[in-house]
Design a binder for this molecule. Structure first.
Ligand SMILES: [Fe+2]
Length: 226
């Protein structure tokens, strides 16, 4: 008998997802409550542009160490139409693979100049951009020697929905055995940022990550794991 409510049938993997799965039957929230209390993207002017620059804790502060990169892309629906004014939040580890987070007990070095979280709104063309530090890989499960490849977590809030995904980096040796990558199957390729040369600003390079919501070839979202 399984201890948890869900088992992922993908062969040997860790059990962290199962541990997060509710044991009890979920109570359905009434429709009226769902539409009244769900998060909603704030108006455009309520987002500070500096919040998209994660390379500094605040404007004028020292730059975080590591490879400064730009992450940009377009948020669109299944027909390629732009999704405007969606709240996009990203978070990633520092160059050593450590998160500035109370629950990161890895002991990896913390960069005091890198908080690792940022947010912005998609533009009228559905475009978004962030500036961050390329994350390092980290040993997520020391007991079984499982690494997580460098990745950037992405959350999108638009209307009453929140979708969560991850952007990966091309040609990383840890990509192949990543549990999330295994779940993604063939759609993994779409979650790899496409490297490009950055000509504006002092950045090493950029990665393009277009996000498609809905349709036959949507971006893989963790919310869809069943
Ligand atoms: Fe992570």
């Amino acid at each position: 008998m399984t201890k948890y409510g869900r088992q992922l049938g993908i062969g040997p993997t860790d059990n962290t997802s199962n541990e997060r799965t509710p044991r009890n039957k979920l109570n359905l929230i009434p429709e009226a409550a769902r539409t009244s209390f769900v998060p909603y993207a704030p108006r455009a002017h309520s987002i500070n542009l500096a919040e998209a620059d994660m390379t500094r804790i605040a404007p004028g502060r020292p730059r975080a160490s590591g490879e400064a990169i730009k992450v940009s892309g377009k948020l669109m629906d299944e027909y390629g139409r732009p999704i405007r004014n969606a709240l996009i939040e990203i978070w990633n580890a520092n160059q050593h693979g450590g998160y500035t987070h109370d629950e990161d007990h890895s002991g990896l070095p913390i960069d005091q100049n890198f908080l690792g979280i940022g947010r912005t709104l998609s533009s009228s063309d559905g475009n978004y951009e962030f500036w961050t530090i390329k994350p390092g890989a980290y040993l997520a499960r020391p007991d079984i020697g499982r690494w997580r490849p460098p990745h950037i977590h992405v959350s999108i809030i638009g209307g009453s929905s929140r979708l969560i995904s991850q952007m990966y980096f091309p040609n990383d040796p840890h990509n192949a055995k990543d549990p999330m990558r295994i779940l993604m199957g063939d759609s993994f390729e779409a979650n790899i940022g496409k490297k490009y040369i950055v000509t504006d600003g002092d950045f090493d390079c950029g990665y393009n990550f277009d996000i498609i919501i809905g349709g036959k070839n949507p971006t893989f979202f963790e919310n869809n794991i069943t």
